[in-house]
Design a protein around this ligand. Sequence first.
Ligand code: ZN
Length: 160
Amino acid sequence: MEIAADRVVLIHYTLKDDTGTVIDSSSGGEPLAYIQGHGNLIPGLERALEGKAEGHELNVTVSPEDGYGKRDAALVQSVPRRALQGAGDIKKGMQFQARTDEGMRLFTVTAVVGDMVTLDGNHPLADQTLHFDVRIVGVREASGEELEHGHVHGPGGHHH
Ligand code: ZN
């Protein structure tokens, strides 16, 4: 079966940056399971996988525009510590979900100086060209329930 919209896809992948350093990999664990055509993957990877069949292996290079975006300096802001009430002891590396004009966004604390906290809403992989080695290990139709939930059930997906 080939990868097409509303089908469940299981892939093993290794993600490397421009220097060949491995950033992430599914090897040694469960494959990644997602539903094609629902924006579950970055656009460049989803597009490259469209129409490919089970058993296929491919190398995909994804530009920042089709990956995690370009770095946006406007997404870096300093806020007083008191604006993050209820977050406990604020430390560098902590992450917060916050509502923005474009929906929910993940912010990372990149500095704490005195009473001021610097938050960065850029994805950690923004501005990076990504290199994926992908092996397609399964393709099947999604169930009605999976399409309703927008995620895969069972191996590699949600268990609930
Ligand atoms: Zn579910």
